[in-house]
Design a protein around this ligand. Structure first.
Ligand SMILES: C[S@@+](CC[C@H](N)C(=O)[O-])C[C@H]1O[C@@H](n2cnc3c(N)ncnc32)[C@H](O)[C@@H]1O
Length: 318
């Protein structure tokens, strides 16, 4: 895939990288063990703790005997994934920041799209790359990099997607600023973070789980679904209840990040407009009334709270 390398850049100085993974501008040298470029610079202690956390239990992992068909069928069950896929052009250049084991990258690959999955944890990227080989998906490539100093070319992507990542970085607002720069002017940014209200049920479950030293996690529907998959069960317990770095955010806060980085706010998923049907066109502006947003978030405690409390905000870079 020729388009792949031109979307990468030196994480130290943003210079172009040669075929042998060295930077023509600052001379820094990198490598690509197992075909996955390592463009990660050493991070601070908190980021390093997060990296080690996911190296030990890659997230979300693949169920046994998975196939591309099964992966797509699972993804299609999510209204969000279907709307996102439908809204992205057939020739889009997409980057997923914090792709984990790469399921969304594989789902979004198709037509003439080029998809890059970027993550801190090589163990996760290896699983993603192995799945891409198994399923013969050639338009997805993976790169090891820290979003805080990304080895990705600025202003180059039609879609920057990131789910469940910013709230695990030490400074989510600064991390968002880094991520936003990757979108081209007019490009779309889709970020999923824990909602401050919708996360309350998970925090209550966590308090109860601590009492039994995590032998029992009450009322978690995801764990019930995974009762015969010990590895993916453990990955979920760790990710949801034992994470070393977790922040929670409101719509208003994410809107401020957008405004500070010249990103026009379009909508949230689920919609914060009370009673609104999901739109035919995902990348369009919805009404934005602060009072209604607060009511919607209170409701998310029940609707999103069952599965971790993640909501998405969608915007377009000016
Ligand atoms: C909860 S997992 C989400 C994985 C995937 N996006 C999903 O929705 O299934 C968070 C991922 O973010 C990655 N991550 C955390 N901090 C990061 C950083 N600073 N740069 C790049 N990736 C990061 C972790 O390695 C992990 O794979």
């Amino acid at each position: 895939m020729d388009g792949f390398r031109e979307l990468l850049a030196c994480p130290a100085c943003a210079g172009a990288l040669s075929g042998e993974w060295w930077c023509g501008a600052c001379g820094a040298r990198f490598d690509a063990p197992d075909g996955i470029p390592n463009l990660r610079l050493a991070g601070d202690a908190r980021t390093e703790a997060v990296r080690r956390f996911y190296e030990r239990a890659p997230f979300p992992g693949y169920p046994p005997h998975d196939s591309l068909h099964a992966l797509r069928t699972r993804a299609e069950r999510s209204v969000f994934a279907r709307l996102l896929d439908r809204a992205i052009a057939g020739d889009a250049r997409i980057v997923e920041i914090g792709c984990g084991t790469g399921q969304m990258c594989l789902y979004l690959a198709g037509a003439d799209r080029v998809v890059i999955g970027a993550d801190l944890a090589r163990a996760s990227l290896r699983l993603g790359a192995a799945a891409a080989r198994r399923y013969r998906v050639e338009s997805v490539r993976f790169v090891e990099t820290d979003l805080q100093r990304p080895g990705l070319r600025a202003a180059s992507f039609d879609v920057v997607y990131s789910s469940g990542v910013l709230h695990h970085t030490p400074h989510p607002r600064e991390s968002f600023a880094r991520l936003a720069r990757l979108a081209r002017p007019g490009g779309v940014i889709v970020v999923g973070v824990y909602n401050a209200f919708a996360r309350i049920p998970s925090r209550l479950r966590r308090a109860a789980a601590r009492l039994s030293r995590f032998r029992i996690v009450p009322f978690d529907p995801v764990l019930r679904d995974r009762q015969h998959e010990p590895e993916r069960r453990e990955a979920w317990v760790r990710d949801q209840y034992q994470h070393p770095e977790e922040h929670r955010h409101t719509i208003a806060e994410v809107q401020r990040w957008f405004a500070q980085n010249r990103v026009e706010y379009m909508r949230t998923f689920p919609s914060a407009v009370l009673g609104e049907e999901e739109p035919e066109q995902f990348f369009t502006a919805a009404d934005d009334w602060r009072i209604e947003n607060w009511f919607a978030q209170l409701g998310w405690m029940w609707t999103l709270g069952r599965e971790g409390g993640l909501f998405f905000t969608i915007g377009r870079r000016r």
